[in-house]
Design a binder for this molecule. Structure first.
Ligand code: SF4
Length: 264
């Protein structure tokens, strides 16, 4: 009989790797295969999502701040008001009175907090990059990400949404849907932190802006339509066991180490 120690040694030799933050043990090849298969399945089911809604990079940035803790339909109302007032440029918004800005973005909720966040972001653009988004997005991507994260009210999800969708930089955006869906698929643990999940995707997928753009948008689509927080609608979900059977390696690995997929 083989000992547990020699089993572990064999797994390491075969390319199994333990990733502490994710606690996932699968061969890298199998992870890549699963992530690609999920993308293809979602794309086949839903087609291109044309993200992010916004006519200019600045609109995308404003949308990324306004969408914090609210539904996109509320953001749309606020954006329409800002557009009507012709405030959707960095200089005009920077020079607008905070009270006026607050009343315009009221439909997006938490408007007093969001005004402060927008103003922090606008000050950053003006002080560091003389108000030029072109100059800002020419900065070294990792440095710019670090700078964005230093702005009060800009967390990793907002920073990455700005970088990916406004700046076309290849950073994978992680949100609550991403964590929920991929943990229910048995690929990550549900309490993995933002950067561990982001590393998981970015280390196993090609660094490609368009691909990351579409992948995140598809995750949000399936999350909204099927993978609800308390009662997931697995029947008819493109990622359900009937429609998206996982490989035996994946199944065995997860049954042994974690749990079966949520829907199986
Ligand atoms: S099959 Fe169910 S648990 Fe899996 S992603 Fe779809 S809705 Fe979520």
């Amino acid at each position: 009989m083989r000992s547990a120690k020699s089993d572990t040694r064999n797994k390491i030799k075969k390319g199994y790797r333990q990733k502490p933050a994710i606690r996932l043990r699968m061969p890298d090849k199998e992870i890549r295969k699963q992530l690609t298969a999920i993308y293809r399945t979602l794309y086949r089911a839903y087609g291109p999502q044309h993200w992010w809604p916004g006519d200019t990079p600045f609109e995308v940035m404003v949308g990324a701040v306004l969408t914090q803790n609210t539904a996109w339909s509320n953001v749309e109302k606020a954006m329409a008001k800002l557009k009507r007032e012709r405030l959707l440029t960095p200089s005009r918004m920077f020079n607008a009175a905070p009270e006026k800005l607050a009343s315009l973005i009221r439909p997006s909720g938490y408007f007093n907090v969001k005004v402060k966040r927008l103003r922090h972001l606008l000050s950053f653009i003006h002080i560091r990059y003389s108000g030029s988004l072109k100059r800002m997005f020419s900065a070294e991507p990792a440095l710019l990400r670090q700078q964005l994260l230093e702005i009060n009210g800009i967390g990793p999800e907002t920073a990455d949404a700005i970088l990916l969708y406004a700046g076309e930089k290849a950073f994978f955006v992680v949100d609550a849907y991403t964590k929920r869906i991929f943990s229910r698929q048995g690929l990550i643990v549900s309490n993995a932190d933002y950067h561990a999940v982001q590393d998981f995707f970015m280390n196993n997928l090609p660094r490609d802006t368009r691909f990351y753009n579409e992948y995140h948008a598809l995750i949000v689509r399936v999350g909204k339509e099927h993978c609800k927080k308390t009662k997931p609608l697995c029947s008819g979900c493109p990622l359900s066991c009937e429609q998206f059977p996982v490989s035996e390696v994946h199944k065995a690995d997860h049954e042994q180490l974690f749990h079966a997929r949520h829907c199986c």
